[in-house]
Design a protein around this ligand. Structure first.
Ligand SMILES: NC(=O)C1=CN([C@@H]2O[C@H](COP(=O)(O)OP(=O)(O)OC[C@H]3O[C@@H](n4cnc5c(N)ncnc54)[C@H](O)[C@@H]3O)[C@@H](O)[C@H]2O)C=CC1
Ligand SMILES: CC(=O)C(=O)O
Ligand SMILES: [Mg+2]
Length: 366
């Protein structure tokens, strides 16, 4: 098979879909790999590193898409790439379709096979290709939140750890999954008081067992959310309904309950966000303010730490890339239930029911 690795063109996205280690394995399995020139530079992998393990380097993104049976990348294709995607081509990447009807329609009309990292699902319900990036984003959420709580950044002017004689800052985490757990761990490490909410009691029991006593679990309901947003300095959104639009746990009207300078980091933005006023932002221009509440909602947070993120991501994607290349997408998905769940669009038809429900469409499921 011919596999293409384009350079990411989303704002400040410096990750790359494959490292030289991945090329090495594919070439060993008799596949041909085309990497766009400088695609790996932002993550510390140079053209010569790819050439050494048998890749060919192409100058333009057009050439990479044109010659490849399968494209392996990181983020969803952006508008400039829509017309490059070919009928029958496999695109293996994050898509987050539920957050963009435009992207969904573009991929439907391309005739490609879209396999989404974020919906590949193991039999225990875990999401092996989302987890490492959620680990990065959950940890980063506290770093970013702490920064925007500073007064010159428009925050309340609260130091999360506090100091002797002054109470620490308060962090409210919505969702006790991967993002939420990592965020709680980092915030607790800084000395902040943490409240974490979920509707899954198993997750709350786990958090209660492993975290220090200044991380407090509570059930997620509107009453508790309304209460806590009034007294917390930093709110981190890490809620997920797999493949679907995230629920709006904080409505526009609830912003008025918060103190001026409260910071919301809505990590769930890539699935539409769990705050009604969330809209996607970029690393270049990451925040906006509504009702004196600072909103940070960058949809590709791990893109800012590509040295860590590229390796963490490609560690887990490579076995699937190899299976898709060795067996072809149909057999690879037929033989692996986890990968099968990654199928979102197959040659013009939707294969993941939550997308249909999100947009209220009546297309027949593939
Ligand atoms: N912005 C970015 O750069 C990134 C965003 N993400 C996104 O972060 C989100 C969370 O991802 P993960 O932590 O991996 O998901 P996860 O599936 O591990 O955790 C989600 C949690 O939300 C909980 N939940 C569902 N409904 C809830 C409610 N009403 N109240 C409270 N909790 C509720 C679930 O029970 C689950 O524990 C996803 O949308 C993911 O795509 C992940 C990585 C990077
Ligand atoms: C998961 C995701 O959206 C990201 O890593 O950018
Ligand atoms: Mg207010």
């Amino acid at each position: 098979m011919i596999i293409g690795v384009p350079k990411e063109i989303k704002n400040n996205e410096s990750r790359v879909g494959m490292t030289p280690a991945g090329v090495y394995e594919l070439v060993k399995n008799h596949h041909k790999v085309f990497v766009q020139s400088t695609a790996g530079e932002g993550s510390g992998f140079f053209d010569k590193d790819y050439l050494e393990v048998g890749a060919s380097i192409l100058d333009t993104i057009e050439e990479v898409y044109a010659c490849s049976d399968m494209i392996v990348k990181v983020k969803e294709p952006v508008e400039q790439e829509y017309s490059l995607v070919k009928q029958g081509q496999v695109i293996f990447t994050y898509f987050h379709f539920a957050s963009s009807e435009t992207l969904t329609r573009a991929m439907l009309s391309s005739g490609a096979i879209c396999i989404a990292y974020e919906t590949v699902e193991d039999s225990d319900g875990s999401l092996p290709l989302l987890t490492p990036m959620s680990e990065v984003a959950g940890r980063m959420a506290v770093q970013q939140g702490a920064k925007y709580l500073e007064k010159p950044k428009k925050g309340r002017g609260v130091l999360l750890g506090g100091v002797p004689g002054v109470a620490p800052g308060r962090v409210l985490v919505l969702g006790a999954g991967t993002v939420g757990t990592q965020a709680a761990k980092m915030a607790a490490g800084l000395g902040a008081h943490v409240t974490i909410l979920d509707i899954n009691m198993k997750r709350l029991r786990y958090i209660n067992d492993v975290m220090p006593s200044h991380v407090v679990t509570e059930y997620s309901n509107e009453f508790n959310i309304r209460k806590h947003i009034q007294s917390h300095d930093l709110i981190i959104g890490g809620v997920l309904l797999k493949g679907a639009k995230a629920p709006n746990l904080i409505t526009r009207e609830m912003l008025k309950l918060m103190r001026p300078g409260t910071v919301i980091v809505d990590v769930a933005v890539d699935q539409g966000g769990c705050v009604e006023t969330t809209k996607p932002t970029t690393h270049e221009d990451p925040i906006y303010i509504i009702d004196d509440v600072v909103h940070y909602s960058v949809a590709n947070m791990p893109g800012a730490v590509p040295y860590t993120s590229t390796v963490a991501l490609t560690n887990v994607t490579l076995p699937y890339v190899l299976a898709l290349a060795n067996k072809g997408w149909y057999r690879a998905c037929e033989e692996d239930e986890a990968l099968h769940k990654g199928l979102n669009i197959i040659e013009g038809e939707i294969a993941y029911s939550e997308i249909v429900e999100t947009f209220g469409w009546e297309e027949i499921l593939a």
